[in-house]
Ligand binder design. Sequence first.
Ligand SMILES: [Zn+2]
Length: 249
Amino acid sequence: MSNLTKLVPVPAGINMGANGTRNSLMLATFGNPRGWYDQTCREVTHPQMRTRMVTDDVGPFRATGFDKAVASLTAVMRDIKAEQRAVYDVLGNAGMLCCRNVRGSTTAISNHSWGTAIDLTVDGVLDARGNGKVQVGLTLIAPIFNRHLWYWGAGFPTEDGMHFEVSKQLLESWEGSNANTMPDNELVTGDRGEKVAVLQRRLNALGESLEVDGIFGTGTRAAVVAFQAANGLKADGVVGPKTWAKLGV
Ligand SMILES: [Zn+2]
């Protein structure tokens, strides 16, 4: 095992100015890459999205993904080569375009489905998800990804150190801010992040027994609908200002 695959805690100050992209934002911006998902990598069936997928040499390897994401990744890799040559020399591609759900979820669509996320190996080793630790090599290149407005999956409630994705801010620089997206204070199925974990903890405090994984899936939605129905709210599974207020968060 090389020094670059040694595991260390997730460093502080990651993902400065870069937020993950919500399913609602991706769907409003590009549409749905395909009609259904499971845990297997499946192909894009959406005709417009299919035309946006390219395969190119990004530096240390070839990658297939959304055209602008592949171009941005090439720029990231150019900087990694100049600034972190030892990591560059052992970086591998563990998958970019791949239409599937988020690991362990039956409702949250992975951003790999739009070809805007990539998983990396360091010296042929995949960083294990959810143990709160990341490979040293990843910590050395994360600031470079951050500078190019890529979001590092080490910041997900369920840490995913090998995963980097196009941030909301980078997406908006390409496509403009999309008026159709859900407001930031509303949570819906498919969302993930610390706010979802806050929701799950609060529902658990009220008697549910949800896994606090920060992923708004079927179980979380059912708990929200039950809470709304029991509290005279519209039972639509959307956590907006009224539901947050009743939850006392
Ligand atoms: Zn990934």
